[in-house]
Unconditional design. Sequence first.
Length: 296
Amino acid sequence: MTDPKIIDGKALSSQLMGEIASEVASLLDQGLPAPHLAAVLVGDDPASQSYVASKEKACKQAGLISSLYKLPGDISMTKLFEVIDFLNTDPEIDGFIVQMPLPPQLDPGKVIERINPSRDVDGFHPVNAGRMMQGIPGFVPATPLGIMTMLERYRIPTEGKHCVVLGRSNIVGTPVSLLMSRKATPGNATVTLCHSKTPDISDLSLRADILIAAIGQPGFVKAKMVKEGAVVIDVGIHRITDSAREKGYYITGDVDFGEVYPKCGMITPVPGGVGLMTIVSLLQNTLKAAQKTYQY
Ligand code: GUN
């Protein structure tokens, strides 16, 4: 039996993967090529390798083409720009991402600005960030897009609600706070954005109808910080070493699920929540790139 308090990222992402696969099939029926996502991976950071591998696996599952550009960790900005310039123009590629974080000799801001915004399926380029801020259609970063899709598909009311976002990163906190405040559905919420300099986070989080935790600290959100009946979206993904587990670790989020679950109205679990939605959203963006939805 399904638990009505759980916002099930696994079930929803699998439904959306089916929807993407049928759109890909319809492109193929029209004699068009399958959408092609390329990923640039610089160096050998294990977490980045694992994220990119998950993206490639999902592409395969939904019928998209994926290719990986593995570059040495000591690559120069000039050489990386050559690869980006190729991906910006190659007719076989629809969209691409440069996996973050990058080694210290590379300036992430300059790297992102080099990407052709019409192929920026991560939605990180200032053109896409600016379009999102102004409510103009464009590529929206995958995690915020996944959160909005969860709210939409679960028909969770957002209009007139108080949404508190914990964390102001460019990848999640800042864009999701913009999307939640936008004149749209989901959206139309009153948003409070909390960060490391917010003096009393509990005082604000306790007033949230919708609490989005993207703070990057395992188990940060405790029951005493959550209003009775609130909708809790947990963006954190942390691997905690635990020799008692078969794998030697377990995955947990920014929310202390055991404490918060009984008190909240609905919650996204970790694993099985927002993380799966992120990958699906990247595929949705790649499909839009292939369909030339946004050409700037
Ligand atoms: N690193 C962590 N999340 C992301 C993401 O969504 N895109 C890219 N390119 N790098 C990341």
